[in-house]
Ligand binder design. Structure first.
Ligand SMILES: *Cc1c(COP(=O)(O)O)cnc(C)c1O
Length: 365
């Protein structure tokens, strides 16, 4: 896949970029370039291009704006101790992007094109990768339908785009547990729906529930199954893990993929990483009753959420219409913090990459 290169003739000034990298926050600033690859029914994927970052010009009747064929991914690039820049399991993101595309009747981007696009953007915008502890360049691949018209059917043209945004430490003042609201009024995903796809519509549908959680004094919403509102599925845009017991005999369990959960790459990696650390890991059904009674008896010691953006976030308090309770002592648990550090150490090259998860994007100079 050839990516033509069109340099940004007016990149950010060095001092402006430095000021941004000192305090990037999340998703507020973008690098000097982006990648664009177009697809049409007639010709398939065209040659892509690295072009200056800037607005898209879209006809108001562009189908994506009306019927929501819009899928995305999220992954991070990190400086490595040897001076290279690497990312974590990009082929897994590329494959998930293909599954999301299939579900939304969109064309599948070849895995190789996806990975090449990451490499091309991070190569040209390498000076945008922050180097402080827990910082990274967040990469956001996405695809939209571009055909113009209001007829409802899969579009006949699409654009794949990739943008990059420097990301600061998620917990600049130390890891803080979140309080969660168990939502029985709203659901994120129903059987046969789009819950397994990383599509924009899932997020649009989640915002009112997130607002309700906030009104209940909670940081995040926990999604339950759509049929009985009994089984725990996810927290906001992150997967969940439950820690039973403590010390070397601890067992970590994540809700099993049911067709309505987003199969997180962090979730999948932790099943393996927990084994590496000597814990038993499993996928199982977990109900809100299991959660409440497990915390009550002390058998369930820690709960955390996981995803690319925040890595691992401990859950401190749980609230529902009927009950509220504390997870463990309400503080970040030891296994939660150990897993968090172990994963970060692999991603930042501080620990050996036993499973071949790291992918070099830019070689050391
Ligand atoms: C992206 C996402 C996750 C986490 O996936 P990762 O691959 O670990 O970043 C979890 N839940 C939802 C709803 C998501 O969109």
């Amino acid at each position: 896949m050839a990516l033509n290169l069109q340099h940004n003739s007016a990149p950010a000034a060095v001092e402006d970029r430095r000021a941004i990298l000192d305090n990037p926050g999340f998703g507020r600033f973008f690098t000097d370039h982006m990648v664009k690859v177009d697809w049409t029914v007639a010709d398939g994927w065209a040659d892509g291009a690295v072009i200056p970052y800037g607005p898209l010009s879209l006809d108001p009747a562009t189908m994506a704006l009306h019927y929501g064929q819009l899928i995305f991914e999220g992954l991070k690039a990190y400086h490595q101790p040897d001076g290279s820049i690497a990312t974590f399991r990009p082929e897994a993101n590329a494959q998930r992007f293909q599954r999301s595309a299939r579900r939304l009747a969109m064309p599948e981007l070849p895995v190789e094109t996806f990975v090449d696009s990451l490499q091309a953007l991070v190569d040209i915008d390498r000076s945008w990768v922050p180097s402080g502890a827990d910082t990274s360049l967040y990469l956001r691949p996405f695809m939209i339908s571009t055909e113009v018209g209001l007829g409802v059917r899969p579009a006949d043209s699409y654009s794949y785009l990739l943008i990059g945004s420097p990301a600061g430490a998620y917990f600049p003042r130390g890891v803080q547990p979140v309080n969660v609201w168990l939502s029985t009024e709203y659901t994120r995903a129903a059987p046969g729906g789009t819950g397994e796809a990383k599509c924009a519509g899932n997020y649009a549908a989640s915002l009112v529930a997130q607002a309700q959680a906030a009104a209940e004094g909670c940081d995040q919403v926990v999604w339950l199954d759509a049929v009985e509102h009994r089984l725990v599925e996810e927290m906001g845009g992150m997967n969940l893990y439950f820690v039973y017991g403590s010390g070397p005999n601890a067992r970590i369990v994540t809700p099993k993929l049911s067709g309505t959960l987003l199969p997180g790459i962090t979730r999948d990696s932790l099943l393996t990483l927990a084994n590496d650390l000597g814990y038993v890991s499993a996928e199982a059904e977990i109900s809100t009753e299991d959660w409440r009674l497990g915390n009550e008896s002390g058998e369930l010691t820690e709960v955390f959420a996981c995803g690319t953006a925040a890595v691992i976030t401990p859950v401190g308090e749980v609230k529902s219409a009927a009950h509220s309770w504390t997870v463990g002592d309400g503080k970040p648990g030891p296994i939660t913090m150990q897993l968090r550090q172990a994963l970060l150490d692999v991603q930042t090259g501080e620990a050996p990459d036993k499973h071949g998860w790291m992918h070099t994007l830019v070689a050391a100079e």
